[in-house]
Design a protein around this ligand. Structure first.
Ligand SMILES: [Zn+2]
Ligand SMILES: [Zn+2]
Length: 236
């Protein structure tokens, strides 16, 4: 099956890595830890001036590990959450494109997800984020976007703590988790856009034919293989 939509990509990655995830990353906490390591790897690459090729691979891994967290919740409304918070033609806070928000922006009201977005590819999501937030994020720079990305991962961790439901229903907690994962995804896209990296091409290059480490269509890596160093920074 060709990978077209974001849902296709999630399905593809589950096909390739589902078994490995079930065996070696059975809990969402393990998956979150793996995601945090991937985000840190991107940060490390930016700091050390890694090549665009290596940064693309590191960002692709961050995407795969975010979707690995999504996978652990089963049918969580991830794409719907993304569409509800990041509508197709405006910023949800200031209602403008490009976004004109200041740091201390007003509270947002979620929009009804536009059906069109449910069939968007990762490339289309990246293009939409570029049109709404690209200029502003370029001015803020990669470190700003990385800081926000780390913050979103921390918020996702907070939602896994006991009492995170705050007395609300499991359905509301599940929705909040979907929104947090959508934010992580959004800031990963922001980092890629600031670095002028085609995130979809990066993900397909790394995972389009299966696992980039064991080279199999259904990954046969062990826990040990997963922790291999992803890339080396060129010496200056
Ligand atoms: Zn805005
Ligand atoms: Zn593998």
């Amino acid at each position: 099956m060709a990978v077209k939509t974001l849902a296709d990509l999630m399905e593809h990655l589950s096909r390739v890595f589902g078994r490995r995830h079930r065996l070696y990353l059975p809990n969402v906490a393990d998956r979150t830890f793996a995601l945090l390591c991937a985000v840190d790897n991107v940060q490390d690459g930016v700091r050390k001036g890694a090549s665009k090729r290596d940064l693309s691979a590191a960002l692709a891994e961050a995407v795969a590990r975010t979707l690995c967290c999504v996978e652990s919740y089963g049918d969580i409304p991830f794409v719907e959450a993304l569409a509800a918070k990041y509508p197709l033609n405006k910023c949800i806070y200031c209602h403008k494109r490009p976004c004109e928000c200041t740091e201390r922006r007003a509270h947002h009201i979620l929009v009804k997800p536009n059906k069109v977005q449910s069939s968007w590819s990762l490339k289309q999501w990246c293009g939409s984020f570029r049109a709404t937030y690209g200029k502003k994020n370029k001015e803020r720079g990669a470190y700003y976007c990385l800081t926000r990305l780390f913050g979103e991962v921390a918020e996702f961790v907070a939602l896994q703590m006991p009492g995170a439901d705050n007395g609300s229903s499991s359905e509301i907690l599940e929705r909040d988790i979907a929104f947090e994962l959508a934010d992580i995804f959004a800031w990963t896209i922001a980092v890629a856009n600031v670095l002028d990296i085609d995130l979809e091409a990066a993900v397909l290059k790394r995972y389009g034919k299966g696992c980039s480490v064991c080279k199999k269509a259904v990954c046969a890596c062990t826990h040990f293989d997963m922790h291999r160093a992803l890339w080396h920074v060129k010496k200056t």
